[in-house]
Design a protein around this ligand. Structure first.
Ligand code: SF4
Length: 417
């Protein structure tokens, strides 16, 4: 098969993996080599299906010995198959890089023969790029769960980021839809990656060099909406993974129906707004001090789709507000809808020498029309006024708008919640 035809099949097959954002790595161009990840080396741009295009995103092959029902590449699928040789992927990466089409490589694969053989093939690509072509661009390698420790150690030597997909939030869902996979095995693989990262960091500190093992860390992906697992279960799993394996990111990928799908799978895609709300909630867990059990309730285990999770929490906890921006703690300020992490830091700095008024918040580009219901400033106290009004929810909830088709992750990361 022509390389072009393989590329069509294997780039298309890779689009279902969302875990390819390329931030977090600093790799300078090797002497006489090509590519780097510093400065403007890597930027995030998104294709209409929401995936990065700054990376050449490929599967080595879409043959797979496994039969995960939600996957178009499962062994029982009748999708057209193709397979690159490692050398073909190396040549494509170098050619595309030189033409300025891409800034790096995201490489995954179906499982060929067995897990370790597959990993050897992926590593061969990364090693050849680095060693033989002096490639300094970004490389993200997917790690097949169950790969041997030695191969994970080898992969981490060449890749900027490694990721093993957790796939579904609950073991019971895996048992049903991907019986060859277990959370225990996937998390063992994450442990090996984490160990490699920590060991390299330790050596780096002592030797004063940059980390030699996956300097952009590890990430994972969870499919949303393939089962009935609610957002509470998804966020609980994500939170456990962040704590246990020091993941840089959990990516949430809305399930999209596949041809000739198993009847246990939904016929419709999960709404992209759900993916977006999960990214917002994820942000609140990592940077705003929220706990999973605060974002959903036993009665409503899914995040509301019509408002962001921080606003939803504020509306359920009206007694917490208003918060005095001139006196409240950092933790309390971070709970205010419309106050993002950066603005909270600015407020804490400014109020040491200046008493903040509503106008000051406007100057900081705080969305005051929204935040004013939740804050006290020197010239503003909402108690007894708007806050008492039963119409407050209507006033602060953003107007309905056309949803973005393809940048859930990006909009969540840019947003000041
Ligand atoms: S192992 Fe990966 S490629 Fe193979 S069927 Fe499962 S999800 Fe698809």
């Amino acid at each position: 098969m022509e390389v072009q035809a393989k590329l069509r099949i294997l780039a298309d097959a890779a689009k279902y993996d969302a875990s390819c954002a390329s931030s977090g790595s600093k790799r300078e161009r090797p002497a006489g080599g090509v590519g780097n990840t510093t400065g403007i080396g890597i930027c995030h741009s998104y294709t209409p299906d929401g995936r990065c295009v700054s990376l050449l995103k490929l599967l080595l092959t879409n043959y797979c010995i496994y039969d995960c029902t939600y996957c178009v590449n499962r062994i029982s699928s009748d999708t057209p198959r193709a397979r690159f040789t490692p050398q073909e992927v190396v040549s494509l990466t170098i050619e595309f890089y030189k033409r300025n089409y891409i800034e790096g490589l995201f490489l995954s694969s179906g499982i060929i023969q067995n897990v370790d053989y597959t990993m050897e093939q992926l590593i061969e690509v990364a090693r050849t790029l680095r060693e033989e072509h002096g490639f300094g661009g970004y490389i993200h390698l997917k790690v097949a769960p169950g790969a041997s420790e030695e191969l994970i150690a080898e992969a981490g030597k060449w890749a900027d980021r490694l990721s093993a997909n957790i796939e579904l939030p609950q073991q019971a869902d895996l048992d049903k839809l991907a019986p060859a996979k277990t959370h225990a095995e996937i998390e063992d693989t994450m442990t090996d990656i984490r160990t490699g990262i920590l060991t390299a960091k330790d050596k780096t500190t002592r030797a004063g060099r940059r980390p030699q093992f996956a300097p952009a860390g590890q990430s994972t992906q969870m499919i949303v909406g393939a089962t009935e697992a609610p957002d509470a279960a998804i966020l609980t799993k994500a939170s456990t993974l962040y704590k246990g394996y020091q993941l840089r990111r959990v990516y949430y990928s809305a399930f999209s129906p596949i041809p000739h799908a198993d009847p246990r799978l939904p016929l419709q895609s999960a709404p992209l707004v759900r993916e977006n709300r999960l990214y917002q909630a994820d942000w609140l867990l990592r940077f705003y001090g929220f706990q999973v059990q605060e974002l959903t309730t036993p009665e409503s285990p899914n995040l509301p789709l019509d408002k962001d999770p921080k606003l939803a929490w504020a509306l359920r906890h009206r007694a917490f507000f208003p918060v005095d921006v001139n006196q409240a703690s950092q933790a309390a300020l971070l709970r205010v809808p419309g106050l993002g992490v950066r603005n909270v830091q600015r407020i804490l700095r400014i109020r040491r020498y200046h008493t903040l008024r509503l106008e000051d918040l406007r100057r900081l580009k705080v969305p005051v029309e929204r935040a004013k219901f939740f804050v006290i400033t020197a010239d503003h106290h909402p108690a007894g006024l708007e806050w008492e009004s039963r119409k407050v929810e209507k006033k602060v909830k953003p107007a309905s708008e056309q949803l973005l088709l393809f940048d859930a992750a990006q909009s969540a990361t840019n947003g000041e919640l």
